[in-house]
Design a protein around this ligand. Structure first.
Ligand SMILES: C[S@@+](CC[C@H](N)C(=O)[O-])C[C@H]1O[C@@H](n2cnc3c(N)ncnc32)[C@H](O)[C@@H]1O
Length: 271
């Protein structure tokens, strides 16, 4: 089962440490969409496949009640242990069986998770739980990241891509949804009023260690670790060394910029 990829306690901890929240532009696109569609007052927001709450947290700044749901106990435990506001809570449950009443959810989000779900069953649940005029935002970041630092950005991006390509040989077949910019997920959303944005960019300040940590947190890396732990560890050690050499620095805490592209499927349920 695809969800098992994220269930290990060790993976959840790496995830909590190195995965980043949706950037300001993506946040703003979602907030403006909800406003434009007149989904107010927005009482209940549900973030499905919330992991340890990377995207759930910002929602709690804007909406009355936010519930993060995930199939992984370990991920939810990480979320519960992190500081969070009183209007945010977490639940362990599958995306395909959401414990919410029919027509009770004003906004349903999912960040970098929808491709792991049984799409057909999940979309039925979306249609069941979302209120008339309620909204949906399903986003993912893509894998064509770029690294920026001084005049060696091209070289750094090339090293990143070489390492990513080795790791992604261990990808689950569902990653195809990400590679095709959520086209199939967009088509499966059972709302007439919908759109798919594929050019949302985010420039994230990160350290070299953070970029290496991100690579460690991706699910294919966890599969690589199971298959050949020595080779997997060496790959990341070598990658960090190559980054530092190209940058001409010695500290893995050196800051650079990680440029990420997001795709977002937005939809509003008819009256
Ligand atoms: C790549 S992580 C994304 C986590 C978080 N939303 C983020 O933005 O980083 C995917 C999450 O989906 C969860 N997941 C996978 N299959 C699921 C399912 N069928 N139902 C609920 N959650 C699921 C995993 O446990 C994992 O936490």
């Amino acid at each position: 089962m695809a969800a098992q990829l994220f269930q290990g306690k060790g993976h959840a901890a790496v995830y909590q440490k190195y995965r980043f929240a949706p950037g300001k532009e993506l946040q703003q696109i979602i907030l403006s969409y909800v406003q434009e569609k007149g989904t107010s007052p927005t009482e209940l927001v549900v973030d499905v496949g919330c992991g340890s709450g990377q995207g759930t947290l910002f929602l709690a700044e804007h909406f009355k009640k936010v519930v993060g749901t995930d199939i992984s106990e370990a991920q939810i435990q990480e979320g519960r242990e992190a500081p969070s506001p009183p209007n945010l809570s977490y639940l362990v449950c599958p995306a395909e069986e959401l414990p919410f009443e029919d027509g009770s959810v004003d906004l349903l989000t999912s960040f970098t998770a929808a491709h792991w779900f049984d799409i057909e069953k999940f979309m039925k649940e979306v249609d069941r739980v979302v209120k008339p005029r309620g909204c949906v935002a399903l986003s993912t970041y893509t894998v064509d990241m770029r690294l920026h630092y001084g005049n060696c950005s091209e070289k750094l991006t090339q090293i990143f891509r070489e390492t990513r390509d080795v790791i992604f040989k261990y990808s689950h077949s569902r990653v195809k949804h990400v590679l095709e910019d959520y086209k199939e997920i967009f088509e499966a959303l059972p709302f007439k009023d919908k759109k798919r944005l594929t050019e949302i960019f985010d420039k994230i300040p990160m350290t070299v260690a953070g970029v290496v940590g991100y690579l460690e947190s991706v699910s294919p890396y966890q599969a690589y670790m199971k298959d050949d732990p020595e080779a997997a560890k060496t790959l990341l050690q070598e990658t960090e060394k190559r980054f530092l050499e190209v940058m001409g620095v010695s500290s893995p805490e050196t800051q650079l910029e990680f440029w990420v592209r997001h795709v977002c499927v937005l939809g509003c349920k008819g009256p």
